[in-house]
Ligand binder design. Sequence first.
Ligand code: KG4
Ligand code: ZN
Length: 397
Amino acid sequence: MLVLGIESSCDETAAAVVADGERILSNVVASQILTHERFGGVVPELASREHLRRIGPVIDEACARAGVSLADVDALAVTEGPGLIGSLLVGVVYAKALAEALAKPVVGVNHLEGHIHAVMLENKIARAANPEIEIAEFPNVTLVVSGGHTVLYRVEADQGDDGTAHRPQFRYTRLGQTRDDAAGEAFDKVAKLLALGYPGGPVIDRLSTHGNPDAVDFGRVRMKGNPLDFSFSGLKTAVLYRVRGTALEREAEDRRQWQHDLRREGKRPAADELRTHCSQETLDLIASFQSTVVNDLVERSLVAAESEAVSSVFVSGGVACNSLLRLRAVEAARVQGLGCFFPSLALATDNAAMIAAAGFFKLAAGQRADVTLTAHASFPLGVESGARDVHVQNPNG
Ligand code: KG4
Ligand code: ZN
């Protein structure tokens, strides 16, 4: 089954053609970074306009690269939420119109479910090339960590009666989530405060290799209540207090001006050049910030895996690109005897192949959206663990 996936929930316009939920024939992503970077964040109105401008060409490109025409596609899958409402609407309306014109079925996919499926898709691709690679199994604990979300799920796969005729259907239980900022949002806001560019995650990741992660002791993130919840706004404020009114603030101002001047000449700072505009104190500060976020993500994910008695952890979403997170999660999981699975960088950030892969299982189970399919800015995935007793030690002691 050839599925055309369409994703437009935030600032990437993406389309992909995926065969049988496991082979990527094309995966096209048109990034809007150049549109939003001067604002240090996504401007919703500009995002919608960019999606509108690009969605047609991006879908054409996805078909061309896959070597198929729209008529060859068997079905469509589109992100219906959560995300920016104007951005989502462009994808949903386009997908519905296309499905209607082509007389093909369409299903709506939760963006977070897409991120979870990116891990399985990656594992299937890797195993097709090398069957020795460990299989990504269920049930597992999945951390979805991006610019908009930081959520821990328990993910289960129901095989159906005969295990073959019925494609597995997935069940998601929310174990914990951020109470304020998403981890990626904290990276982006700290980068904005320090005038390091947008999006902040990749820049802080690169620059942190030149800083000392133990230079600043931010302590651990402490919260009452569910130990599987996250909170990053306090840490972001702690960074702000270390910058405000100090030499670091003046240094950031100089960097802002330098980048502003470069942009006026139509140039962007190269990574190495940016580093030469950062003092060692700034590099140490961001390395310490990154290390604190990563330790918190890893620790709570492993506490969740232990309390859920699963044997593997999946990590997905834009922040799953973070090199320190990859290192520390794999190492900590190994020590605890758990499997640890990440998508490739291209499948970790927003893309439409993950939407096509998640949509495939819904389509294979006979699900079809009707004309009422619409966009949802807020669209929680799965059920709250709620009354389920989670007997865990608070990781913060
Ligand atoms: O999944 P994604 O593409 O979009 C959302 O669904 O939000 O994630 C984008 C987020 C941004 O906040 C970006 O700064 C962050 O992922 N990100 C990273 C890295 N690469 C992207 N954060 C930390 N380290 C990275 N290497
Ligand atoms: Zn995302």
